[in-house]
Write a protein that binds this ligand. Structure first.
Ligand code: C2E
Ligand code: MG
Ligand code: MG
Ligand code: MG
Length: 277
């Protein structure tokens, strides 16, 4: 509008940047109200064993905004992280997950289901994280070993000492830890043995081409070998085909998650899925 001397490419880029800044700003403002307006809810994606029985679920956050529609966590979690909203939102997710475990406690079938909750680096490193989780566990009175926290590799490796310390306390409390999206980012197997994690989740990018890419297959077999030596169980994420499931099972994978078994679903559908499996 103001400068017609500048190159089109530059102006186009500039405008796009400006638009995305404004969009993120609007999303951040809306996200700040999402909890109070009850726009957030949880989905559950089954995690199955080698016999295809559901043993656990990953808790996945969903946001349904009246005018923006359904916003993906891939879009809003980074905004929540940058703005510190993740601390409040993450606390709410943990609380909901523990209350759900409490609801299932007396059921012979659902009472066995474990829940895995994604924890952002910023949330995990927050000074009161452990104390607040301790309070949620005390209030709900659930068995802490039914709760697993999923941390990403990158978050862990950038803050090794603090993370090792906190994981140690959590393990003493009975809470379990999974390393999420394993294999991507600047991962190093050396770090792995320092971390008192109980589970490794192989990133779905390796599972995606496991049938056709021998490098991906080799990486998965290597992770499995290392995982076994450090007494971690291994989950394959993003299993979409029966052939992938069968090959991964042959490799010695313990648990599986992906669209082949079920997409993330609401709690009623998850309960139905468990009783039917
Ligand atoms: P993630 O923790 O790695 O979760 C797995 C993602 O893979 C989920 O995406 C799930 O829907 C998707 N997925 C599962 N099976 C398949 C499959 O077979 N094929 C494909 N293509 N995708 C599959 P979703 O729900 O969109 O979540 C994306 C990411 O957002 C999560 O990745 C996690 O990093 C983050 N996230 C979700 N909920 C929370 C939360 O409560 N707190 C935090 N901090 N992050 C969360
Ligand atoms: Mg996860
Ligand atoms: Mg993952
Ligand atoms: Mg992921």
């Amino acid at each position: 509008l103001s400068k017609d001397s500048g190159g089109n490419t530059y102006r186009f880029y500039d405008q796009l940047t400006q638009e995305s800044i404004e969009k993120n700003f609007a999303l951040e403002a809306a996200l700040g109200l999402a909890l109070a307006n009850q726009e957030l809810y949880l989905n559950y994606q089954p995690i199955v064993n080698v016999a295809k029985q559901v043993v656990a679920a990953e808790v996945l956050l969903r946001w349904s905004h009246p005018t923006l529609g359904n916003v993906s966590p891939v879009e809003f979690i980074p905004i929540a992280e940058k703005s510190n909203l993740i601390i409040k939102i993450g606390h709410w997710v943990l609380e909901q997950a523990c209350e759900q475990l409490k609801t299932w406690e007396a059921s012979p079938v659902l009472g066995q289901i474990k829940l895995s909750v994604n924890i952002s680096a910023k949330q995990f490193l927050y000074i009161n994280f452990v104390q607040e989780l301790r309070e949620i566990l005390a209030r709900t009175g659930i068995n802490p070993s039914l709760l697993k926290l999923e941390l990403t590799e990158t978050a862990v490796i950038d803050n090794m000492d603090d993370v090792i310390h906190k994981i140690g306390i959590l393990r003493q409390m009975g809470v379990r830890i999974a390393l999420d999206d394993f294999g991507i980012g600047h991962s190093s197997l050396v770090y792995l043995k320092k971390l008192p994690v109980t589970q490794i989740k192989i990133d779905q990018s390796f599972v995606h081409d496991v049938l056709t890419d021998s490098n991906d297959a080799a990486i998965i077999q290597m992770v499995l070998a290392v995982g076994k030596t450090i007494h971690c169980d291994i989950v394959a994420e993003g299993v979409e085909q029966v052939e992938q499931f069968e090959l991964l099972r042959e490799f010695g994978c313990d648990y599986f998650q992906g669209y082949y078994f079920s997409r993330p679903v609401n709690v009623a559908n998850f309960e139905q899925f468990v009783s039917a499996s």
